[in-house]
Design a protein around this ligand. Structure first.
Ligand code: NAP
Length: 301
């Protein structure tokens, strides 16, 4: 297995580079934040949205609302699109795709990797991106954005893209940023589900979520250490029980299931954890460490 080469940029843009014109298509919660960050950085910004009123505040701050999608595309060498989904991107830009010739399209709409690869066949240079941030942090360093696709487009527009937050380029496969996106969102939902289940469980004993939160955060910090160690094991294909064997995990998971059932808290989440671990043990991974569960997810157990 090889490491995926990627460039991570957290530096600020070169301030001596004149702001290039940018078009932002889609002025929902995220699109408005993207356009506002570009305006704040002094980029001539053209915007378009299906419902025009959502552009009023941006126009008051200096943006130009294009009268049509075609005009919006023609206005800038760099077009950022952020709509609800891929169907909306195809419906909105598809009829005008020839206007993208000679321009760079940065699609920040959430999508699947195959959808991203399909859009990359359109004219022009294509970058597909994922936004690991909420709208209010766009333009600040804590926002991080993932890109993949046409390297020349990333290099040409890097200073402009850095106006939106930190940027990582994952190489020329246009689908890779989308794959990282869903994998990272899975980490988020898994972590949050565990916290919410724990809050429900402790709530039955009169413990507020606010009292639980600092302990959950401290523990999540410890778990990040496990992630790095397990990544090494996964890449080596060897899962030594350096910390605890799967059977030890399984025995403790059963307490979580039993405590939940006894407290009247939904057992679906812990029961799934238990079932995954039992499948790994049944498949011959008894005595190995927790990282061997990756083989269950790979469909090998
Ligand atoms: N919000 C976040 O925290 C966040 C974080 C990371 C990624 N994202 C991603 O960013 C994208 C936009 O999210 P959002 O929060 O901005 O959503 P949103 O507030 O619901 O905005 C959706 C946008 O899509 C447009 N749209 C939907 N269907 C359309 C169609 N058929 N034709 C033309 N325009 C259409 C809407 O236009 P109208 O105004 O006319 O309805 C609006 O501009 C999504 O892919 C989302 O997953 C969002």
């Amino acid at each position: 297995m090889t490491n995926t080469p990627h460039d991570t940029l957290h530096d600020t843009p070169h301030t001596d580079v004149a702001g290039e014109p940018v078009t932002v298509i889609g002025l929902g919660l995220m699109g408005r934040a993207l356009a506002a960050a570009l305006l704040d950085a002094g980029h001539p910004t053209t915007v378009w949205n299906r419902t025009p009123g959502k552009g009023d505040e941006l126009v008051a701050r200096g943006a130009v609302f294009a009268p049509s999608v075609a005009d919006a595309l023609r206005a800038s060498p760099l077009v950022v699109v952020c709509l609800s989904d891929t169907a909306a991107v195809r419906d909105t830009l598809g009829p005008y795709r020839t206007e993208l010739t000679g321009r760079s399209l940065v699609n920040l709409t959430s999508n699947t990797s195959d959808e991203a690869r399909d859009l990359a066949t359109w004219p022009g240079d294509h970058l597909d991106g994922a936004i690991m941030a909420v709208p209010e942090v766009i333009g600040r360093p804590e926002a991080f954005l993932l890109f993949s696709g046409a390297r020349p487009a990333f290099e040409k527009h890097r200073d402009t893209l850095l106006r939106l937050g930190g940027a990582t380029f994952f190489g020329e496969d246009p689908g890779l940023a989308s794959l990282y996106d869903v994998a990272l969102l899975g980490v988020m939902w898994g972590t949050l589900n565990a916290f919410l289940h724990g809050a429900a469980l402790l709530g039955t004993a009169g413990v507020d979520a606010a009292a639980f939160a600092p302990f959950a955060n401290q523990w999540v910090g410890s778990v990040t250490g496990f992630v790095s160690a397990y990544a090494d094991q996964i890449d080596r294909g060897a899962y030594p029980a350096d910390d605890a064997a799967l059977e030890t995990h399984l025995a403790t998971m059963k307490y979580l299931v039993r405590e939940s059932a006894a407290a009247g808290v939904d057992t679906d989440w812990p029961a799934r954890l238990q079932a995954l671990t039992e499948r790994a043990i049944d498949a011959g991974y008894a005595g190995t460490g927790y990282a061997s569960l990756v083989e269950v997810f790979r469909g090998k157990a």
